[in-house]
Design a protein around this ligand. Structure first.
Ligand code: NAP
Length: 292
């Protein structure tokens, strides 16, 4: 018997930098994978490996037991779930896992709509970057009911190495905001430290050998800092997506009456970069605010 025939049918929508790798791991594990992406050419490599292409999110949802979305912005999430004829109108008793970084309130709204239709909704944004997606080592932050989390854990384990249930619907997205708030301050610190190294006449690569092995070490310094000093500003993680995340974090913090000065500053610096045409570069391009 075909091994794939015994497994749940996994629908995957959003086959960009992150989604293409994540869907690839599920396919490689022997699951039947249905795919859809706004630009069809991004589905071709997966279809060549055995995935089945669908022309709309609704058509994909009607033939999938688990539907995973990894699109760009909350407006994309709204479109694929809530717009007429899309996922929620077509899914049948399915598990709906949104892994996009999106707003916590939208995750709650989708969970309510899903429940009305007999579906199960899970918000499961990720951290670990393009490298984490490629290596199936993502940290996955989950908001869901315990039973729904247990049901989809084996699928999440194909993409991630650190998978934690944080609470009910929306808790995954709130946790991802904590992550982005930490990164906002960190990446500005990394670029300021490396700009200082350059200006004071040190050799930035050699500086990185010291500070990258000490208390300042981490993904932002060791991976993105190294790219800054090599003038490699390719994404990775798009500036325009980071601004989206910082905007969600500020909106949520505002509702909580919490002031986040470093997030506010990061949003200003990144917005300046968009005006200079760097919106589709990687977040390490913040270095250009200091060393143009
Ligand atoms: P990406 O390369 O732009 O991928 C998003 C994909 O979703 C694109 O291929 C896009 O189609 C597709 N898409 C967008 N709206 C759609 C819609 N309405 N219907 C169907 N497909 C749609 O971005 P990414 O870097 O993979 O990031 C995806 C999400 O993960 C974002 O929310 C981002 O903030 C988050 N994230 C990214 C990273 C990272 O390091 N890259 C890390 C953690 C989290 P097109 O091809 O037509 O544009």
């Amino acid at each position: 018997m075909n091994q794939a025939a015994t497994k749940q049918r996994i629908g995957f929508i959003g086959l960009g930098i992150m989604g293409s790798n994540m869907a690839g791991h599920i396919l490689a594990a022997g699951y039947p994978v249905n795919v859809y992406n706004r630009s069809p050419e991004k589905g071709k490599a997966l279809v060549a490996k055995g995935a089945k292409w669908f022309d709309t999110p609704g058509a994909l949802a009607a033939e999938s037991d688990v539907i995973i979305t990894m699109v760009g912005f909350p407006s994309d999430v709204e479109q694929v779930y809530l717009h007429a004829g899309n996922i929620l109108d077509n899914a049948k008793n399915a598990y709906l896992i949104d892994m996009t970084t999106s707003s916590p309130s939208l995750a709650v709204k989708i969970a309510q709509e899903a429940k009305k239709r007999g579906c199960h909704s899970i918000d499961a944004p990720v951290s670990g970057g393009d490298i984490g997606a490629r290596d199936a080592k993502l940290s996955i932050m989950v908001g869901a009911d315990q039973a729904d989390f247990d049901a989809v854990l084996p699928i999440l384990q194909l993409m991630g190495a650190n998978i934690v249930l944080q609470g009910g619907p929306g808790a995954g997205q709130h946790t991802k905001m904590c992550n982005q708030i930490v990164i906002a301050g960190t990446i500005m610190g990394v670029s300021e430290g490396l700009a200082y190294a350059k200006k004071c006449g040190l050799h930035p690569e050699t500086v990185l050998k010291s500070i990258g092995g000490g208390a300042a070490s981490g993904f932002q310094l060791n991976i993105l800092g190294a790219k800054m000093i090599q003038d490699d500003f390719e994404p990775g993680f798009f500036v325009e997506h980071f601004i989206k995340d910082l905007s969600i974090a500020l909106e949520e913090a505002n509702a909580l009456n919490l002031d986040l000065p470093s997030v506010t500053l990061a949003k200003q610096l990144y917005t300046k970069l968009v005006a200079k045409g760097y919106g589709r570069k990687g977040t390490q391009v913040v270095y250009k605010n200091y060393i143009p």
